[in-house]
Design a protein around this ligand. Structure first.
Ligand code: NAP
Length: 508
């Protein structure tokens, strides 16, 4: 049954004191349960230490004593472990975890002396893969058969589509179930558990304190993914890419969704094959995606309908499922975002100024280059393309009815005043922040210089243009505007511009 899932923070301190301090921090941070990982303690004196850990606990606790053969750190025999777990039950621990492999032995050991009030979690971990739905269902049945109050299955995602099998099994499970898929490709399983009826999910106290691969931090789970608001009918959005962990999308869109009370969550989605991702998560609840490298062309190929200019640009960065018929509609907010950033800045300097009839030089002929070139042409600018590979510059220039020029010739290109320059190459991007695509001397010919790079915000190109008194527009401005465009496509609501801008700047 879908609803609220508990958020449990594993305590991984090496001493009881460290664990007590972690427990206090987890309580203050909003955790519902703390997992006492006895196997992490450097020395352990059961009666003394369990009493200390459980006596004044501020939170319900789950006591786990994981052996090394199941991914934990305990190397001794089971007899000692069983005694310690029984003691934890006697001291009133709310949950105790035992591994399926020895669960029957543990249940036999407890026979006649099992205290009431402690829920028994029987767990199974697979650090290699995620089995088929049939095999997962058999595993659930075996765990239930030994008398588990709560079923826990943790598997590993080789591909993001593996998570869908865990969701299917979890949604149909008759007893409370914790179903998690470990690894970066399984992150979604840790966030969407309330949607699919998961009993509990784990969150690291802070980055670096994970007890399993792919665990998000407590603050990310509560503040960015807003897990306490996720329900069965919450819509899922996300940024699809590879890599994707660096994306600021979840923080910007998550904050924006929350600010307008939109019932949706926004996730980083590490996807290897875009088409199989879309066909696996075909339900209307997976409602829309931001698309980043290397999937922008694949997103165009998968779209049922696109805005005509998107076909020319050859890339889709926003995809939604139209609610009325489920068709996939592709957009490109990179071009609207960048062109509107340039136009607005220009008009801020000279009211009424426009791009029409101006010379608009684009350096680069890749994805961003095409977006800027088509966007500028649509505004009536005279487009000039300069690119390292001249052939690509010529090709793009032909498509937009513009002129191609070599990078060397661009150094002395100043046919008229008031020109616009847009860098769409990665030259000057972190870590190569001392590089620049055009000399400072050559920038004198321009009225405005734009750089698509957003890391750093102020590239060498922009810094030198500013030193010459030339108006500049940053890649951060483009990023905010393309995200605002996506928000409006996703929700149908006006984007909370100030909030999105501040959120990006605060986390940049
Ligand atoms: P892309 O498709 O791979 O295109 C890269 C372009 O840069 C090509 O024209 C390439 O020239 C040129 N290039 C690469 N290294 C070069 C070098 N050392 N010297 C000269 N030219 C070089 O990449 P993209 O998707 O268009 O992205 C380009 C930049 O835009 C990236 O920095 C990206 O972060 C940024 N971007 C920003 C936003 C935003 O919201 N601010 C959105 C999208 C992209 P060749 O043709 O010769 O290979």
């Amino acid at each position: 049954m879908a609803g609220v899932s508990l958020v449990c923070v594993p305590l991984v301190g090496k001493s009881v004191e460290q664990m007590l301090s972690e427990m206090a921090t987890a309580t203050a941070g909003g955790a519902d349960v703390a997992e006492i990982r006895l196997d992490h303690l450097a020395s352990f004196e059961p009666r003394r230490d369990l009493d200390l850990l459980l006596r004044n606990r501020p939170l319900p606790v789950l006591v786990t004593y994981r052996p090394n053969w199941e991914g934990g750190e305990y190397e001794g025999d089971d007899g000692w472990r069983f005694e310690a777990l029984l003691l934890a039950m006697e001291l009133g621990a709310e949950y105790v975890d035992i591994e399926l492999k020895v669960a029957q032995e543990f249940v036999d050991f407890l026979s006649g002396k099992r205290p009431d009030g402690t829920k028994l979690i029987v767990s199974s971990h697979n650090y290699q893969s995620t089995p088929s739905i049939e095999d997962l269902s058999i595993l659930v049945a075996r765990i239930q058969a030994v008398g588990a109050d709560i079923v826990k299955i943790a598997t590993t995602a080789v591909d993001i589509t593996d998570v869908a099998r865990m969701f299917k099994v979890m949604v149909h499970c008759q007893v409370p179930m914790i179903g998690l898929v470990m690894g970066d490709r399984g992150l979604m399983s840790r966030i969407l558990c309330p949607k699919f009826g998961g009993y509990l999910t784990f969150a690291a106290l802070s980055t670096g304190k994970e007890s399993a691969p792919g665990q998000p931090s407590l603050s990310d789970l509560l503040d960015i993914y807003n897990i306490k608001q996720i329900k069965a009918d919450t819509k899922v959005y996300g940024v699809v890419g590879k890599p994707v962990a660096h994306s600021k999308g979840p923080i910007i869109h998550g904050t924006a969704f929350r600010s307008v009370g939109y019932n949706a969550v926004y996730l980083p989605l590490l996807v290897d094959d875009f088409e199989s991702f879309l066909s696996t998560y075909s339900s209307p609840d997976f409602a829309g995606f931001s698309v980043t490298m290397p999937h922008k062309e694949a997103a165009l190929a998968c779209s049922d309908e696109v805005d005509p200019i998107v076909k020319y640009i050859g890339a889709v960065n926003t995809l939604i499922k139209r609610p009325s018929d489920g068709k996939l509609i592709g957009y490109n907010t990179d071009y609207t975002g960048s062109i509107s950033a340039i136009e607005t800045t220009l008009q801020g300097k000279v009211p009424g100024a426009s791009l029409a009839d101006r010379i608009f030089v684009v350096i680069g002929a890749g994805g961003a280059g095409k977006a800027l070139a088509y966007g500028a042409r649509e505004k009536g600018a005279r487009v000039v393309i300069a690119n390292r590979t001249y052939e690509r510059a010529r090709e793009l220039a032909n498509f937009v009815g513009g002129q191609a020029i070599s990078l060397a010739d661009l150094e002395n290109f100043h046919p008229e005043e008031g020109m616009i320059l847009a860098n769409t190459t990665s030259v000057g991007m972190y870590p190569n922040i001392h590089d620049t695509p055009l000399s400072k001397q050559a920038l004198k010919s321009y009225a405005l210089v734009f750089d698509a790079i957003y890391n750093p915000t102020l590239t060498r190109l922009l810094r030198e243009a500013e030193e010459l008194g030339v108006t500049i527009v940053t890649g951060v401005e483009m990023f905010v505007r393309q995200a605002m465009g996506q928000f409006e496509i996703f929700t149908g609501l006006p984007a909370p511009e100030k909030l999105m801008r501040e959120t990006l700047l605060n986390f940049h």
